[in-house]
Design a protein around this ligand. Structure first.
Ligand code: NAP
Length: 285
C-alpha cells in the first residue's frame, strides 16, 4: 500500500480551515504566522512560498520578513524579539538553513516557545524529551500522523529510526517512545545499520542519503516512512529509500514526493492554530 501524504495533509488542512472560519465567525482575528527568510537560497524561497500559499488557503495570515544575506545575527534576533512582542503574531518561523555566519541555534532559541511553531527551540525540544505537552517539530509530527493512520497502537511494535538529527531523527524517536513503541536509533557511526533496520515493524528513514535503504533492509510487511528529499538533475524528487525495491516488501510505504513533505506543512498550520488558540483563548498546548 502506498500511503498518500498529500490526501492526509489535505484532510488535516480542510479541518484547520473550518476551525479558522469558526474563530472568525465568533469575532476573533485570523491566526497569523510570521515567516523570516534570510538570503537568496532558491530552495528556501520555494519552501517559504509553499508555506505562504498553505496559510492563505487555510485562512491564516502570513507575514513575510525578507532579510538580506549580509544581515547580522543580532539583526535577525532583533526582528525575532519584535515578533515575540507583537500580540498580533501567533507563530514565528525562521526558514533554515541560515547563512553560515549566523548561529541557527541562537536565532531559534530567541523565538518565544509559545510562538515556536517549528517546535525547534531548546525549550520545546526539552518538553518533548520530558514527555510534556509542547509545540512539536513539524516533520516528525507529520510522520507520526501517517504512522498512526496505519497503526493506531504502537505498543508491542519495534520502530527503527535511521538518523539522529535535531530536526527529524531524534524527535521522532522520542515521539515513538511516548507511544510505547520499542525504539532503536541508528546513525552514521552505527556498524551495519541494515541489521537493525531488519528488526523494524516501523522503519523511519531520515538519513539524507539518496536510496540508502532498499528491500534488503526491510522486514516483510514493515511500515516504511521515507523522510529524505533529493532533487535530481532532471528536477525529479526521490527519497532515502529506493522505492521501487522497497514497495514489494513493505506492507505500506510513503512515496517521495507526496508522502512526508505535504504533512510537514499541514503540521506547521496545525501548530500555528494551536499557538493562536493558546493566545486568544488561553488554551494550553
Ligand atoms: P541531517 O541533519 O543530515 O541528519 C542525517 C542523519 O542521518 C544523521 O543523524 C546521520 O548520522 C544519519 N546518517 C547519515 N548517513 C547514514 C548512514 N549511512 N546510515 C545511518 N545513518 C546515517 O538530515 P535531516 O535534517 O535529519 O534530514 C534528513 C533527510 O530528510 C534529508 O534528506 C532532508 O532533506 C529530509 N527532510 C525532509 C523534510 C520533509 O518535509 N519531507 C523535512 C526535513 C528534512 P550522524 O548523526 O552520525 O551524522
Amino acid at each position: 500500500m502506498i500511503i498518500n501524504g498529500t490526501e492526509t495533509a489535505k484532510k488535516i488542512k480542510d479541518h484547520l480551515k473550518t476551525k479558522v472560519h469558526e474563530h472568525l465567525k465568533s469575532g476573533h482575528r485570523a491566526p497569523c504566522l510570521a515567516v523570516v527568510l534570510v538570503g537568496e537560497d532558491p530552495a528556501s524561497k520555494v519552501y517559504v512560498g509553499h508555506k505562504e500559499k498553505a496559510c492563505l488557503e487555510a485562512g491564516i495570515t502570513s507575514k513575510a520578513y525578507k532579510l538580506p544575506e549580509s544581515s547580522s545575527e543580532s539583526d535577525i534576533i532583533a526582528l525575532v524579539a519584535k515578533l515575540n512582542a507583537d500580540q498580533g503574531v501567533d507563530g514565528i518561523l525562521v526558514q533554515l538553513p541560515l547563512p553560515k555566519h549566523i548561529s541557527s541555534e541562537a536565532v531559534i532559541d530567541a523565538i518565544h516557545p509559545s510562538k515556536d511553531v517549528d517546535g525547534l527551540t531548546a525549550f520545546n525540544q526539552g518538553c518533548l524529551s520530558l514527555g510534556r505537552k509542547a509545540l512539536r517539530p513539524c516533520t516528525p509530527a507529520g510522520c507520526m500522523e501517517l504512522i498512526k493512520s496505519q497503526l493506531p497502537s504502537l505498543r508491542g511494535k519495534t520502530a527503527v529510526v535511521v538518523g539522529r538529527s535535531i530536526l527529524v531523527g531524534s524527535p521522532i524517536a522520542k515521539m515513538l517512545l511516548l507511544e510505547d513503541a520499542t525504539v532503536i536509533q541508528v546513525h552514521s557511526k552505527t556498524p551495519h545499520p541494515e541489521n537493525f533496520a531488519r528488526m523494524a515493524d516501523i522503519l523511519i528513514v531520515a538519513a539524507g542519503k539518496k536510496h540508502l535503504v532498499n528491500a534488503s533492509w526491510i522486514k516483510k510487511d514493515a511500515l516504511v516512512i521515507d523522510v529524505g528529499i533529493h532533487r535530481g538533475s532532471d528536477g525529479k524528487l526521490t527519497g532515502d529509500v529506493d522505492f521501487e525495491s522497497a514497495v514489494g516488501v513493505a506492507s505500506a510505504i510513503t512515496p517521495v514526493p507526496g508522502g512526508v513533505g505535504p504533512m510537514t506543512i499541514a503540521m506547521l498550520l496545525k501548530n500555528c492554530l494551536e499557538a493562536y488558540e493558546a493566545r486568544v483563548y488561553g488554551n494550553s498546548f
